[in-house]
Design a protein around this ligand. Sequence first.
Ligand code: SAM
Length: 196
Amino acid sequence: NLRCRSAFKLIEIDDRFKVLKPGDTVVDCGAAPGSWTQVAVDRTNANRAKESNNTGTVFSIDLLHFHAVPGATVFCGMDFTTTTAQQRLREALAGRQANCVLSDMAPNATGVRMLDQENIMNLCYSVLRFALAISAINAHLVVKLWANGDVSKLEKDLGRFYEHVKRVKPESSRSDSAELFLVAREFKGLERALKA
Ligand code: SAM
């Protein structure tokens, strides 16, 4: 009973790259209607479905309202890019570091390709900046972007902070859609990243 088929994109990404594990703390950006959150809750055991596993923690945020996902803490009606929203997330994290930051956020299309590109890139960089501030060493980051933009620039920037960066077009992503994901694994930690 996943809420929508976009869940399969995260399932595919996680099956291949193992970005989620029981006990992890996850932040899911652009989470409505909640299917990535469902996958994150399941794979981190945030709902304590498996008693023998560690219990994870999942925080989800979206501009839109969506139904609670058992096991996750959901922030609705909030723009992730604002200081207020990020402050709320940090308060909720309460000093806990994230092991994985996910973003399936996409802006509303304006129809002007250049502006749409700039908007989604701004979302990606906003997620990256936040992830750098709250992530544990060896944490992972998954961000959605559009293939017709400057993928290489973001890829290169992610490479300064994460050991492995991969472009991924999941099978379950419609082939006519320009979306792709950058999967960045093993956060180096700011100290090491900035020294290099
Ligand atoms: N991953 C979700 C799932 O599986 O259910 C689907 C996410 S949907 C493709 C993209 C979402 O990003 C939309 O719900 C949209 O409201 C949200 N979004 C776009 N810009 C945002 C922003 N600045 N802050 C928070 N959410 C945003």
